[in-house]
Design a protein around this ligand. Structure first.
Ligand code: EPZ
Length: 419
């Protein structure tokens, strides 16, 4: 199993090119199922999760190729609507094929994703919303069997909670439903707006972008198009955090400051100088130790849960103390014991954590537990005294393209070791 060996103590400086967003690429790939004609997706990050979805879609008979940062697909060759457990269990986002399969082909058999390390993560809201659109759904032997007579029918869908994947699944499905679908309490994450932009380019009619009410007027057919995946705001924030963590100066390029304003404000509160360009962001910590900052994770446009672990790591070496509340997932503090092994002072009570900054972290063998938790350990290792060995980095390969090369380009001493 691969591990990272990181020698701490270097100040990170330089420029890093941000990749396309994993969490946008996945729903965009699922939406490709709807296209009557071939289509092309660009700026696709080279990641394990993207490979999994390409494999899943290819298994349905869709002609799909993935090379460099480009995916070409021709959905007209689809010959089955089956998403097997073996693939779905490795990636929860596989459930995103349910909506498009139902909308375009009237039936689907998709394995239920299991829970995962950060929480139980049910898909009840996805199923309830598809039923509102007229789907008949049965869950049997771990599979969702869904079908609809004729087309899905537009309806009013009100989510009980803000769900990113639920909103995406229903948005995709509603584009081909008969009549109007109104999605209330919709998630407003930038990846949803990106999905809506691509669907509109394919011929869909969607209003209310960037709001919590999406109104979709169904059309009979959607065509293929060329589209480029939006920048990864979480990858952007993660590299900026590396500058904050090491007192350095990092410029992220091919990104968009508007996607993560809330996170940028937290960096400013830490004492960093943040400069925003049209498609770049530079964070200069000016050799200073960051001030610890409190925050609560909430749906967009508030503070993203996917940046919680990274900012906790920065707080761990901050001046003063900070409280962090995780309100999206019930078990997303698994990095805490690992950070503590490196000398961090963090007390957890339920979904609240109090982080009291320490002068120095020290290297220790640690274990990555999920994607963003892994990056928090990388951050801690970059600032720690000594050489840290991070185990189970397969988690990080799910969501950070070329991480060693990007960090090395900024002056980090990081290498991958295989055992
Ligand atoms: C997306 O997950 C992201 N994944 C996650 O990114 C991200 O953390 C999350 O949104 C929140 O922003 C992708 O986009 C592929 P949700 P998703 O549905 O869609 C509960 C990362 O590190 N819920 O918004 O699965 C759920 O359990 C990851 O890149 C239900 O109860 O998240 C959770 O507590 C991890 N029933 C909350 O809602 C449902 O039917 C939000 O989940 C659906 C969700």
């Amino acid at each position: 199993m691969d591990k990272f060996l990181i020698q701490g103590g270097n100040t990170l400086e330089g420029e890093v090119r941000i990749s396309g967003a994993k969490n946008a690429a996945l729903p965009l790939l699922a939406a490709m199922i709807l296209a009557e004609t071939p289509m092309t997706l660009r700026n696709v990050p080279n990641l394990k999760d993207v490979n999994t979805l390409v494999k899943l879609i290819g298994g349905m008979g869709i002609t799909i190729s993935y090379a460099g940062d480009t995916v070409h697909s021709d959905a007209s060759t689809l010959n089955n609507q089956f998403a097997p457990y073996e693939l779905v269990k490795t990636m929860r986002a596989s459930i995103l094929v349910l909506g498009p399969l139902l909308a375009r082909y009237g039936e689907a058999k998709v394995s239920l994703p299991g829970g995962c390390a950060i929480g139980s993560r049910p898909v009840d809201q996805h199923l309830k919303a598809l039923e509102a659109l007229g789907a008949q759904i049965e869950v049997e032997n771990g599979y969702v069997n869904a079908k609809v007579d004729g087309r899905l029918k537009g309806a009013e869908v009100v989510f009980d909670m803000v769900t990113v994947g639920g909103t995406e699944n229903i948005l995709i499905a509603a584009t081909l439903a008969e009549g109007i679908t109104t999605i209330r309490n919709a998630a407003r994450e930038p990846e949803i707006t990106d999905l809506a932009h691509m669907l509109i380019k394919m011929g869909a009619k969607i209003e209310g972008l960037d709001t919590d009410t999406l109104v979709v007027t169904g059309v009979e057919k959607l065509q293929g198009c060329e589209y480029s995946v939006v920048a990864d705001r979480i990858e952007t924030g993660s590299y900026l955090a590396a500058a904050a963590m090491t007192g350095g100066r990092v410029k992220t390029t091919h990104t968009d400051p508007a996607l993560l304003e809330c996170v940028l404000e937290k960096f400013e509160e830490m004492g960093a100088e943040v400069t925003r360009g049209d498609d770049w962001i530079e964070l200069d910590m000016m050799g200073k130790r960051p001030k610890a900052v409190s925050f609560r994770t909430l749906p967009h446009p508030d503070f993203p849960t996917d940046m919680q672990a990274q900012l906790m790591a920065v707080n761990a070496i901050g001046r003063g103390f900070a409280t962090i509340s995780e309100t999206i997932f019930e078990n997303r503090f698994m990095h805490v014991p690992e950070l503590s092994r490196m000398g961090a002072n963090i007390q957890v009570e339920g979904n609240d954590a109090v982080v009291t900054g320490v002068d120095k972290l020290s290297a220790a063998p640690v274990m990555a537990t999920d994607l963003r938790a892994s990056f928090s350990l990388v951050l801690a290792a970059l600032a720690a005294e000594g050489e840290t060995l991070i185990d189970r980095i397969y988690h990080i390969d799910r969501g950070y393209e070329d991480i060693e090369a990007k960090l090395q380009g900024l002056g980090a001493q990081i290498k991958r070791v295989s055992e």
